[in-house]
Design a protein around this ligand. Structure first.
Ligand code: NAD
Ligand code: LMR
Length: 337
């Protein structure tokens, strides 16, 4: 008797889970069979904010979908293999997260990926423009400084660009900054929240260490921490020694950012995250895209905060890198002309 009550209540809670998951949004991952894609899809399968999870890649999605589909968390998983199936994966998605494209090997810059990844990102944007023009788009594929303009320009050409909904994911820079600063200050990482502005490549990454509450860093510490945050990606590329770049930390960062977007979409207030978006902040310096903290809401970006006040060394960093960022943005825009 007891075991039958337990079984019935289990079935009931499963039914409840299924009915509540049907009201949760659909999220698509493009590049879902890759290093980032698989781990990110696992985290999204475990997210309480995701209903249906649609996995798109040019290879191996049936296996990844079958594997994840056995996890008894809320929500369904479907795999879509090959470019022709991508539109079905994207249809009705609230959020499309895009880690499709090749990663770096030692000795390469992110910009060296442009020739391969620019075309991949443009082809995904072309499908997205038709399949889910109103979705949020979170772009991970490098070089982010250029791929976000490429994605935006492609949506613009299709007449469906909404600047509030296209995001370059820079959350890994914040994740790293919080880890390294917490170590330096001997604090718990939950007590550290570093703002990182600018772009996502080398010196275009601008950690605002002067804004870390209660920290009294020496000039040497500032120099070393700034360099480590800016070149944290290279640290992983070198350690992987030809086997790719950051995948697990990136998947974690993208899952955090996706959850925040979905929470904001569901009406949660005061969702503020750094993201690389179309922005007026550095427009006078030739950059139509820039990352600062942005307030997120049901329609995407609701408010773009200005650059926080900068220390002398942060201002020098800005002055030195802003021309490079402008050139990387222009390269993406020009690619679409
Ligand atoms: P990976 O090679 O392991 O995976 C990439 C996946 O994309 C592969 O499964 C591949 O089949 C798929 N793919 C390629 N072309 C596609 C297309 N046209 N449509 C759909 N899928 C396609 O690479 P990874 O390590 O997962 O990295 C992916 C990208 O993310 C790289 O460009 C990397 O530089 C970038 N990245 C960005 C950040 C960031 O902070 N924004 C961090 C880490 C990596
Ligand atoms: C990172 O910051 O880890 C990514 O952009 C991947 C890379 O090429 O470094």
């Amino acid at each position: 008797m007891l075991s039958s009550i337990a079984r019935n209540s289990q079935l009931l809670s499963h039914a409840r889970m299924m009915s509540s998951s049907s009201s949760l949004p659909k999220v698509a991952v493009v590049g879902a069979a890759g290093g980032i894609g698989q781990s990110l899809s696992l985290l999204l399968k475990c997210s309480p904010h995701v209903g249906e999870l649609a996995l798109s890649d040019i290879v191996n999605t049936p296996g990844v979908a079958a594997d994840l589909g056995h996890i008894n968390t809320e929500g369904s998983v479907t795999g879509y293999n090959g470019p022709d199936a991508m539109a079905d994966a994207l249809k009705d998605a609230k959020l499309v997260v895009i880690p499709a494209g090749v990663p770096r090997k030692p000795g390469m810059t992110r910009d060296d990926l442009f020739n391969t990844n620019a075309g991949i990102v443009r082809s995904i944007a072309e499908v997205a423009a038709k399949a889910c023009p109103n979705a949020f788009f979170a772009i991970i594929s490098n070089p982010v400084n250029s791929t976000v303009p490429i994605f935006a320009e492609t949506l613009k050409s299709a007449g469906v660009y909404d600047p509030k909904k296209v995001f370059g994911v820079t959350t890994l820079d914040i994740t790293r900054a919080n880890t390294f600063v917490a170590d330096a200050l001997d604090r718990h990482t939950k007590d550290v929240n570093v703002t990182v502005c600018g772009g996502h490549a080398g010196t275009t990454i601008m950690p605002i260490l002067s804004g870390v509450e209660g920290a009294n860093f020496s000039d040497q510490q500032i120099k070393e921490l700034t360099h480590r945050i800016q070149f944290g990606g290279d640290e992983v590329v070198q350690a992987k020694d030809g086997a790719g770049s950051a995948t697990l930390s990136m998947a974690y960062a993208a899952a955090v950012f996706s959850d925040r977007l979905l929470q904001a979409a569901a009406g949660e207030k005061d969702v503020i995250e750094c993201a690389y978006v179309e922005s007026p902040v550095a427009k006078d310096d030739g950059c139509d895209y820039f990352s600062t903290p942005v307030r997120l809401g049901p329609n995407g970006v609701e408010e773009i905060f200005p650059l926080p006040s900068l220390s002398t060394s942060e201002k020098e960093n800005y002055d030195q890198m802003i021309g490079d960022l402008a050139a990387q943005i222009k390269k993406g825009v020009d690619f679409c002309k």
